[in-house]
Write a protein that binds this ligand. Structure first.
Ligand code: UDP
Ligand code: MG
Length: 342
């Protein structure tokens, strides 16, 4: 494909994906072999409860292009993805779901765009087959909201399926925050980016790991880690209410002085108390969301811990060729176990 040889890493987070992984591997290998470059597939087992890990090791026995990263428990997709990216040795890296909703056949096009000079090539859905209209609508509303509230432009209808150049990846890996809203982080780092349209397929096998509660949490995550607009809103509302209260107080003082002091005003009193109480609770809630995040970040825990690590041939070769390449940051967990390798 290209005159200069390069290594492509494909990072695949997987949670309970035993059914789909062999099919995934087959389709992925067909694509990668067609590229005519060096490659590795980095599988991350995110604390699966089924035989996902065994399947991964079996795939690695079949083809040494496979790296297996085994997390100590389920950390969630965003962190599993980060663990895989930490271990990827490629000159470019593709992030893709295990369930074949992202077609591997799009990768050659992503690579072409990267070779023409883009650091971030993201796949953009033109259709969301197999998803309910509720999910489509909520997704749409959410992206509108984030776009408005933060100054970061998150491309519409994109997932994590994308290609990153080595320099974009190194930049991304410097962001070690615990509340990882990946789509936001991808957008935050900047660099020349381009979209490649594709059709998103329904899941090949297994079930989605998402439910509405998880999606809601992801939405809160996205908003609070990229904008402090809710906090600002709370202070503006507080300010307006204080003004109104002041005006109302003036009216009462005037009425008392001019017309004496008839005992009235229970309804208005009740309304004012309930309204203020509500506003205060909402504002405290918003504060709490941020405080909780500060609390989680200041603990400085490692993002994840590894239970096992089995490098691909490309990974081992990179190690032999350059024992100590500079890395922006290493994961504490892996280092503690003597597994840090890049
Ligand atoms: N995943 C993961 N950890 C989790 C949940 C999901 O690694 O806790 C992986 C999952 O195996 C899949 C990808 O993240 O490869 C996307 O998950 P899923 O297909 O359930 O999400 P959806 O496509 O419905 O958004
Ligand atoms: Mg999926």
């Amino acid at each position: 494909m290209s005159a200069t040889p390069f290594v492509l890493s494909v990072v695949v987070p997987a949670y309970n994906e035993e059914e789909v992984l062999p099919v995934f591997q087959q389709r992925m290998l067909a694509v990668l072999q067609g590229l005519g470059c060096g490659y590795e597939i980095v599988y991350v087992n995110d604390g699966s409860k089924d035989r996902t890990l065994e399947v991964m090791h079996a795939l690695r026995r079949d083809d040494p292009c496979v790296t297996v990263v085994d997390l100590s428990r389920n950390f969630g997709k965003e962190i599993a993805l980060t663990a895989g990216l930490d271990k990827a040795v490629g000159d470019a890296v593709v992030v893709i779901d295990a369930d074949l909703q992202d077609p591997p056949e799009l990768i050659p096009e992503l690579v072409r765009q990267w070779q023409s000079g883009f650091d971030m090539v993201y796949a953009q859905r033109v259709a969301r087959d197999g998803e309910t209209w509720v999910k489509k609508l909520t997704a749409k509303l959410f992206y509108r909201l984030v776009q408005r509230a933060s100054r970061i432009e998150i491309p519409k209808d994109t997932g994590d399926f994308r290609l990153l150049s080595r320099r974009a990846l190194d930049a991304l890996l410097e962001l070690r925050e615990h509340h990882r809203f990946m789509k936001g982080l991808f957008a935050w780092i900047g660099f020349p980016s381009v979209a490649v349209p594709y059709r998103r397929d329904p899941r090949a096998a297994g079930i989605t790991k998402w439910n509405y509660w998880k999606l809601w949490n992801l939405a809160v995550e996205g908003l609070t880690s990229f904008t402090i607009a809710p906090l600002k809103l709370a202070s503006y509302v507080g300010f307006v209410i204080a003004l109104l209260g002041f005006a109302f107080a003036a009216v009462i003082v005037y009425r008392t002085v001019a017309h004496g002091d008839p005992v009235r005003g229970y309804p208005s009193l009740m309304v004012a108390i309930l309204f203020l109480g509500g506003v205060q609770l909402v504002a405290i809630g918003a504060l709490g969301e941020y405080l909780g995040r500060v609390f989680n970040e200041v603990k400085h825990r490692p993002l994840y811990l590894l239970k096992g690590f089995a490098p691909s041939r490309a990974h081992a070769a990179r190690l032999a060729a350059a024992p100590l390449p500079p890395t922006p940051m290493v994961d504490e967990g892996a280092r503690a176990q003597g597994l840090e390798s890049r």
